[in-house]
Ligand binder design. Structure first.
Ligand code: AHR
Length: 322
């Protein structure tokens, strides 16, 4: 090949948008995803695919259908395939030591996405891309305290999946915020497993147990999908969600903005579905330059209410994989 042909070829490659260097080999990354329990989860999967495509990464996604045993099998299969890295969204926080040791022995770096594992496993992964989920709970609790002022307020709580780091942390953060105000009290708390159907079912039982909802002042849900289910339960019980009963939840999915715009929900704390983008960049830098990332790559937790033009946010978010 002549020098002129080579120059033309390189220029054409750059024009076609291939930003990676001519020598970089394509990375193959295995992603053990939890499942599709929520709109947020569906968006995370879809964003991961598009972020992989942007970086010419061959991403293999294994859907665990909410089961840790399926995640363990997927990780073992990725190790056997000798992938370049493994991404793990751990459904629960315990029980990972053995399989992550196998990945470490095979010299395959592991990155945690959106949920954490117990601190005893800290040496078994390279970095974690997550929000501060304790802080998310605090943001939700502080908003509620500001909104109700000195009025007595009985709160019901819809928790996420039992054993998930984010469920434990979102509870902890909210409890800390609420404990500062003697007029706020969590009167019932139960898991809704991060799903709409379970959120609705549990809210129906809370309404029944609390005088048809008359004794409830606010609902705190660990994700928006459970809140969307709870809103349905309140409406079916003849209550006005967002007015008779205040709502605050986490994720910022399009459907909650639709509910806020309609006056049927009050607040949400955003969790970005783009956990994979920063994780891909960390792995690329690690593989190509040996750059060891920070142990925790933290994403933002921003509060949204009716004051933030929810209809506009709904329009901009819908269709983004949610
Ligand atoms: O781990 C993140 C949580 O998992 C999201 O908040 C929830 O919607 C999802 O199921």
């Amino acid at each position: 090949m002549t020098r002129k042909t080579l120059t033309t070829l390189l220029a054409a490659t750059a024009l076609a948008g291939f930003a990676f260097s001519a020598s970089a080999a394509q990375l193959t990354i295995g992603f053990s995803q939890i499942g599709s329990e929520s709109g947020w989860r569906a968006a995370e999967t879809s964003v991961s695919k598009s972020e992989a495509k942007k970086r010419n990464i061959n991403l293999k996604i294994a859907d665990a259908q909410q089961k840790q045993e399926n995640q363990i099998k997927a990780i073992r299969s990725f190790v056997a395939q000798k992938v370049d890295a493994i991404f793990l969204a751990p459904v629960v926080s315990t029980g990972w030591d053995a399989v992550l040791k196998e990945a470490k022995e095979a010299k395959i770096p592991v990155v945690l996405l959106d949920r954490d594992i117990d601190p005893s496993g800290k040496d078994l992964y390279l970095t974690a891309v997550t929000s501060d989920s304790v802080h998310e709970g605090e943001v939700a609790g502080d908003w509620l305290a500001r909104t109700v002022g000195s009025k007595a307020c009985n709160i019901v709580e819809l928790q996420g999946t039992v054993g998930a780091s984010v469920a434990a942390n979102r509870k902890k953060g909210f409890d800390t915020a609420v404990a500062k105000h003697a007029n706020l009290k969590v009167v019932r708390s139960q898991t809704g497993d991060f799903t709409r159907a379970k959120g609705k079912e549990v809210m129906e039982s809370f309404i029944k147990a609390e005088g048809g909802g008359k004794n409830i002042c606010a609902v705190y849900a660990h994700n928006d999908d459970m809140m969307v289910g709870a809103i349905q339960a309140m409406k079916e019980a003849g209550l006005k969600p967002g007015k008779d009963i205040l709502t605050v939840s986490i994720d910022a999915v399009p459907d909650i903005f639709k509910a806020i715009a309609a006056g049927e929900a009050n607040a949400t704390v955003e969790l970005t579905p783009d956990m994979a983008g920063p994780a891909f960049d960390a792995i690329i830098a690690y593989k190509e330059k040996g750059t060891v990332p920070k142990k925790w790559i933290q994403t933002e937790s921003k509060l949204y209410t009716a004051a933030d033009n929810p209809q506009k946010i709904y329009d901009s978010k819908k269709g983004l994989g949610y």
